[in-house]
Design a protein around this ligand. Structure first.
Ligand code: GAR
Length: 179
């Protein structure tokens, strides 16, 4: 049973849903993101946990973890989730949180990885799927695949296409217990 955390448009969430994976709940740190609409259109429970409704980040994360557990979530997928998770959340899902990131980590962590790779004019970038810890896009790498930076004009689309292939594959493997 998968819970997905989102902060944006949710194309990776859509890829997980379209792959037929057992997504049972979707949560966001933001109220009005398109990803929550996608979840509701797919008939999934979707909730937002905005920071301004909570005392602090740790309390918010605890509430979010509890909500996910109430929906039977065993594996958490960060699909464009743009807040760091605190210990109260991480402790509830040990080794059971994965993130997709649009670079070859440890290169270009953070929220602007594709832009940062373009600005650095590296020859190759790519996509990483990794386990999540308290750091910014750190944690054990599960899979990485490279992409040539050129042609630059299509890089964003190529990164997203690769994410939409890799993330569902890794999540399916985790669900099957083969990773
Ligand atoms: C994706 O490219 C994902 O890799 C990235 O946010 C985008 C979300 O797109 N995540 C990070 O940069 C995490 N540091 P989506 O909302 O369409 O899935």
């Amino acid at each position: 049973m998968i819970g997905v955390l989102v902060s944006g448009t949710g194309t990776n969430l859509q890829a997980l849903i379209d792959a037929g994976l057992p997504v049972v709940a979707v949560a966001s740190n933001r109220r009005d993101v398109y990803a929550l609409l996608r979840a509701r259109e797919a008939g999934l429970p979707a909730a937002s946990f905005a920071l301004d409704c909570h005392a602090d980040r740790a309390e918010r994360d605890l509430m979010m973890a509890t909500w996910l557990e109430e929906h039977g979530v065993e594996l958490v997928v960060l699909a464009g989730y743009m807040h760091l998770l605190t210990k109260p959340f991480l402790d509830r899902f040990p080794e059971r949180i994965v993130n997709v990131h649009p670079s070859l980590l440890p290169a270009f962590p953070g929220a602007h990885a594709i832009h940062d790779a373009l600005a650095a004019e590296v020859e190759t970038t790519g996509v990483t799927v990794h386990l999540v810890d308290e750091g910014l896009d750190t944690g054990r790498v599960l899979v990485q695949e490279e992409l040539a930076l050129e042609p630059r004009a299509t890089l964003v689309d190529r990164v997203h296409a690769l994410e939409h292939r890799l993330l569902p594959q890794v999540v399916a493997d985790l669900c099957a217990g083969v990773r």
